[in-house]
Design a protein. Structure first.
Ligand code: SF4
Length: 305
């Protein structure tokens, strides 16, 4: 490495943690998640060649090309990332496994694969970039789309959504979190925790599709409301190329306007929340779901894992 370039404790430059230039739509939340993965691995001084990144099919599954260019990578078939990762994990116990998937990949065709990877406690950080839509095939509802939401063509979704966090908790995952692609301050520490966890670590990252899960079709139609005590500020965060940085505090409510005008309400966990009780996590989620809120943060960690 060039002596004048800043290196981390294991002798790598920031560039060593990056990948190729993203070909996703400008402003896609998935690019923010790639940036958070780069930040987390850099901060943890993980040598890139110690990571194996695996994905399935979909916009999300293209992203491993955009981070950790010097790591091992395998773009598998649709919904089959967990099986391929499990095999790799059995063959080489030395690597850190990072699975990147989407809601189409993990909640539809790969739901059985997802469920069994969680149930078996496969040692991996499993990130789902969840946008409720099949972006790569131009905007059909995925299995995580809200009931009653409208597609760009005006079709109303009549089916109930799959909650991957609920499934992960129920089936025994030992690290379960939910976050938002626009909240790097929350997401980076969650990814670090997942990378360092010794079992099945799952993070559901809500990551809006600016092209198909978007009511006017414009990259400017998402509104973001930040609520901090009495102060509310609206930020049009989907300007192409705009860096989203938020550090709203624990307990804050973030509202994201969806394609059909409805609000996605994300409630950040309070600092006094105890994440070591699996059943309390499940019931706390249900209580907030009844209020129309989605909790974000570290929902559960097995203190013994
Ligand atoms: Fe991202 Fe949607 Fe574009 Fe896919 S179609 S790259 S999910 S904005």
């Amino acid at each position: 490495h060039h002596p004048t370039l800043h290196t981390n404790q294991v002798g790598y430059t920031r560039r060593d943690y990056e990948g190729r230039i993203s070909t996703l739509c400008a402003g896609c939340g998935h690019d923010s998640i790639s940036a958070a993965i780069i930040q987390a691995c850099w901060d943890l001084n993980i040598e890139p060649h110690r990571v194996a990144k695996l994905s399935g099919i979909g916009c999300s599954s293209k992203t491993p090309d955009y981070f950790l260019g010097a790591s091992h990578g395998f773009n598998t078939v649709h919904g089959r990332m967990p099986s391929v990762l499990t095999g790799a994990n059995l063959a080489n116990r030395e690597l850190l496994y990072l699975g990147v998937s989407g809601d189409g990949d993990s909640a539809s065709i790969g739901l059985g694969q997802f469920a069994n990877a969680m149930r078996r406690g496969v040692r991996m950080a499993y990130i789902v970039e969840n946008n409720g839509v099949y972006g790569l095939t131009k905007g059909q509802f995925s299995a995580t789309a809200d009931r009653g939401s409208k597609s760009k063509k005006g079709v109303v979704n009549s089916e109930s959504p799959v909650d991957l966090v609920g499934i992960a908790l129920q089936l025994g995952a030992t690290y379960v979190a939910r976050s938002f692609s626009g909240d790097k301050a929350q997401l980076v520490p969650l990814i670090k925790g997942a990378m360092e966890h010794g079992g099945a670590a799952f993070i559901d990252v809500i990551s809006p599709c600016v092209t198909f899960n978007n009511h006017s079709g414009s990259t400017k139609s998402y509104d973001y409301v930040r609520q901090h005590n009495e102060a509310v500020s609206r930020i049009d965060f989907m300007e192409p190329g705009q860096e989203i940085t938020t550090d709203y505090p624990p307990g804050a409510l973030v509202e994201v306007e969806q394609h059909d005008g409805s609000l996605l309400r994300l409630r950040k966990l309070h600092t006094d929340y105890d994440p070591t009780d699996r059943y309390a996590a499940m019931s706390y989620m249900q209580t907030h779901a009844a209020l129309g809120e989605i909790l974000t943060g570290l929902l559960y960690i097995d203190p013994l894992a």
